[in-house]
Design a protein around this ligand. Structure first.
Ligand code: ADP
Ligand code: MG
Length: 211
């Protein structure tokens, strides 16, 4: 069965941009997740590397963003700086035709001063690693009170890297009224615990094929 992006209720600029990027058909994980994510549902999704998970959550974040409101509305947590950079790059690519969306990356291993300066200028979406996000919360340089969409990408790897406490501390700073999407390649017990604690009636999606 064909799953074309144009079947979704996405902003026309997003659809035009997908077209220009050569994205026509949704991958299986996108076809399963996007309709639910666009409704604001919590998701716990499992699919292999390379299956297109970034666009699955990024398009929902971009569609649900209030572009006029220059506040941090979405937070994506990733296990490493490399992954956060890749995710931010893909979000910026997908957002290209949507009015001036600002995506900021906040990762460890980078000097914190310039990040504080960027935060003072503001952003719509933050992508970062749990340790550095927590550092900014401790310093009072990051405000998460306007977050309505939260994504835990590669959640299993974040747990493997010992980020469970940092994730809990960050989620405690986000409003309870929010969408939480959790993406993972595997389902260890720790993932279930995070889901039980921080998600509301999560829809479970498992895709074994990549395309
Ligand atoms: P994952 O996070 O599942 O490992 P990515 O989100 O990194 O996968 O996507 C893998 C690659 O597939 C990226 O290069 C991305 O640009 C591309 N891609 C994602 N969705 C589509 C699509 N619907 N059509 C064409 N290419 C896509
Ligand atoms: Mg990924």
């Amino acid at each position: 069965m064909s799953h074309e992006f144009k079947q979704l209720a996405l902003r026309p600029e997003l659809l035009d941009n997908l077209n220009s990027l050569g994205y026509q058909e949704m991958t299986d994980i996108q076809a399963a997740c996007l309709p639910l994510a666009l409704e604001g549902k919590d998701l716990i999704a499992q699919a292999k590397t390379g299956s297109g998970k970034t666009a699955a959550f990024a398009l929902a974040l971009l569609q649900r963003l209030n572009v006029e409101r220059f506040r941090i509305q979405s937070l994506v947590l990733c296990p490493t700086r490399e992954l956060a950079d890749q995710v931010a790059k893909e979000i910026r690519r997908l957002a290209r035709r949507v009015h001036n969306i600002k995506v900021l990356t906040l990762c460890g291993g980078m000097p914190i001063g310039p990040q504080i300066g960027s935060l003072e200028h503001g952003a719509h979406i933050v992508v970062g690693t749990p340790g550095r996000i927590q550092d900014h919360l401790r310093k009072g340089t990051l405000e998460l009170g306007n977050i309505h969409s939260l994504v835990l990408d590669e959640a299993d790897r974040m747990l493997d890297m010992g980020f469970a406490d940092a994730i809990s501390a960050i989620l405690a700073e986000c409003p309870g009224e929010r969408q939480t999407q959790l993406y993972s390649a595997t389902y260890p017990e720790g993932i279930e615990a995070i889901s039980r604690q921080y998600q509301r009636d999560p829809q479970r999606i498992t895709v074994s094929r990549t395309h």
